[in-house]
Write a protein that binds this ligand. Structure first.
Ligand code: FES
Length: 342
């Protein structure tokens, strides 16, 4: 509201709660309100669209019954499409569109054009209710003796100040601070890659183009038995995928794959769900939790969803016996990225 406008109101004697009527712009009648022939024409247009919509539905049913599944339409460079699918989509789409257009046309041309004013009312409580609430609060304070009984008041405030301390002390049960441990996994140079569950070491020829294997480091069991670190297993989980080397657009490091075999962390970088939904045609890895999608042919980068960073890639190679091994640990933290942004 401009200052001029405030001044105008101040000089009119209007007070809060008054209903002020501002003049509305003049109402222009539609042609269909003043010309009966135009109204009948609009009525015919609306009805025609409803009839056409009904005909489309009949055509839909006829197409469903009559067109064989083996019939295809040639769309030239766009390829071929099943004729029945094409006709079902076309007829049902047109039927829906015609009902929508007819309803809008009906509302704009024939339904009531009356203009209505709905006044906004003040939302604050009346002054007497506010005064009554304040009086009730003051009476409560006086009756409790909170002001006169200083000793009670002070000890109450002291007790309330100490009350949240258990919540802070209990934070200790959340374990030691993670420190640097979130930035490393147990993958080392030469760690053999084994199939998760069976523990079988893998050779490149064990994987077909288009396949995905869940895997972990061979020495995982020994490490877990030695220090009971369950987190080690979660953090070291990887997936291996194989694609044609020519399909790889980019990697997170030069020479990190082996003949089209790439290794990535299995832990989603959004909030840490394990992922193994892989579309071999697009090379996309899809997280089932919130649909983050990573392009494994292009450095594991995020192509859709809430994840904020690419899926970390594990550099791999083969050892002297021809088994797949890690070249090193991951070069960036695996799992959710929240601590980096904290
Ligand atoms: S945990 Fe993967 S998208 Fe949320």
């Amino acid at each position: 509201m401009s200052n001029d406008h405030k001044t105008d109101i101040a000089t009119t004697g209007i007070v809060e709660g008054d209903i002020v009527e501002f003049p509305l712009p003049p109402h222009h009648h539609r042609l269909t309100d003043t010309d009966p022939r135009a109204a009948r024409r609009a009525e015919r247009q609306v009805s025609t669209m409803f009839i056409l919509s009904g005909l489309c539905i009949i055509a839909f049913i006829a197409a469903y019954i009559a067109i064989p599944e083996t019939s295809y339409l040639n769309l030239g460079p766009a390829g071929t499409i099943q004729t029945s699918n094409f006709m079902l989509g076309l007829t049902f789409g047109l039927a829906t569109l015609l009902i929508g257009i007819a309803a809008i046309h009906w509302a704009k041309k024939l339904m009531s054009d009356e203009e209505i004013v709905d006044y906004r009312h003040p939302v604050g409580s009346p002054q007497e209710d506010r005064d009554a609430a304040k009086a009730a609060f003051d009476a409560g304070v006086a009756e409790s003796g909170f002001v006169e009984r200083k000793m009670v008041r002070r000890t109450l405030l002291g007790a309330l100040a100490l009350f949240p301390l258990p919540l802070i002390v209990l934070l200790k049960d959340m374990g030691p601070l993670p420190g640097d441990s979130l930035r490393h996994t147990i993958w080392r140079k030469g760690s053999r890659i084994v199939i998760d569950v069976t523990g079988q070491p893998l050779r490149p020829e064990d994987m077909q183009v288009g396949s995905l294997v869940s895997a972990s480091p061979a020495d995982l069991k020994a490490i877990q038995e030695a220090d009971g670190d369950q987190n080690a297993r979660a953090k070291a989980s990887i997936i291996l995928v194989r694609m044609k080397p020519s399909d790889i657009v980019s990697e997170q490091g030069e020479g990190w794959s082996w003949n089209g075999i790439l290794a990535f962390s299995k832990i989603c970088t959004h909030v840490g769900c394990p992922i193994a939904l892989y579309q071999q045609r697009t090379h996309h890895l899809l997280c089932p939790c919130h649909q983050s999608t990573f392009d494994l042919a292009d450095s594991g980068k995020v192509v859709f969803g809430p994840a904020a960073r690419a899926m970390p890639q594990l550099p791999i190679t083969v050892d002297s016996e021809g088994f797949l091994v890690a070249q090193s640990d991951f070069q960036q933290p695996v799992g959710p990225s929240f601590w980096e942004r904290a």
